[in-house]
Write a protein that binds this ligand. Sequence first.
Ligand SMILES: Nc1ncnc2c1ncn2[C@@H]1O[C@H](COP(=O)(O)OP(=O)(O)O)[C@@H](O)[C@H]1O
Ligand SMILES: [Mg+2]
Length: 372
Amino acid sequence: MKKFVVGKLVDEENICNLSKERDAILRNINNGNNVVIYGPRNYGKTSLVKNVIMKQFSQTHKQAFIFFVDLFNVTDNESLTLRLKAALEHAMAEIPLKKWTNEIKKFVSHMRPEVSFDPVTGAASLSLKSIDIRNSQSMDDLFRVLKNISQKKDLLMVFDEFQDIVKLKSEQGIIRSFLQDIDSPVIVMGSKSHLLSEIFLKPREPFYQWGTPVSFSPIDYEIYHTYINERLAAKGIRLGFEVSKTLQDNMHRVPESINLVCAEIMENYENVEIEQEMVNHTITRIIETRQTQYEELLGYHSLKEQIIMASIAKRGQLRQFNSVEYLAELKMNNKTVATTFKILIDAGHIEKYNKVYRINDPLLETYLRLYR
Ligand SMILES: Nc1ncnc2c1ncn2[C@@H]1O[C@H](COP(=O)(O)OP(=O)(O)O)[C@@H](O)[C@H]1O
Ligand SMILES: [Mg+2]
């Protein structure tokens, strides 16, 4: 069904556009190339890979084995090993039950696999009992299993939010040499462009110039405009192009934020042509219902950090943070501002996009503009 999906992966029917990206990724993995997907948060990377690419890969490869691991917020060897272990267990549990005995035994018998069934759903899950995540050797063990699998099956590996291991230098080295040693295609994706560049663009780093880049950029205004109206039509709502373009710009052209506003419009109006003022009203209402949430989020940041976020939100964008005029406005010195920017960029609240800094989340930006 056509709808505005928010806050979860988008199913294939509701993914707007992204066909160029899909074709580029499929072409590369089918040629055995590795792919690095660049794109800001909430641009549909995970949805496209999980709901389109991985699905296609299993349909076109009878012996498909897909290993998907999310490295979001991984901080050390232990948490990385835990994610890899869980991802392997999950991938194995996807193999139809009747094939388990032969295959799983062959690959992982030394890891003491144990199968259990969810009492409610009946879904099978598997646990590799002998893998101790505190042991730094465990990562090698897991990779050895994947290597064995790659020799018998059509393996596709996906590493999501890869930038989060930027600080784990020796682990990056281990992963890099494991991948080098394996013939199967690999997709690596991530959101924070400054961290991804540290991993892939620095000559001394293990992943320097690894893989073919595929980048996600904003969806064409006209295409998203059509997508919006196709969905609003179910309630007799129309949105003219100018209003739709402004809405897309105000939401920084981030699909998730655009969808959120459109879903709210759909909820509150019927058989009407939407005017700019109705969009503004809708955005204000969303922000008001999220006030506690935003205040809680801001509460995690120092006053200086909040002041800087608010200053960027009010300007919309900022070219340089060390101009005399800006420092004077903040009443802070260059060093403090530089450190604070780094904290906020690492936290994902500020992003440098097209050579300017701005608040990443357009709705948080609006909140800061109105309430700070
Ligand atoms: N191409 C798209 N079409 C429709 N909605 C999208 C699209 N891309 C992203 N979204 C929205 O973004 C949200 C997050 O999608 P996700 O695939 O997790 O993005 P990413 O992995 O890039 O952060 C979805 O819930 C949806 O609201
Ligand atoms: Mg994602």
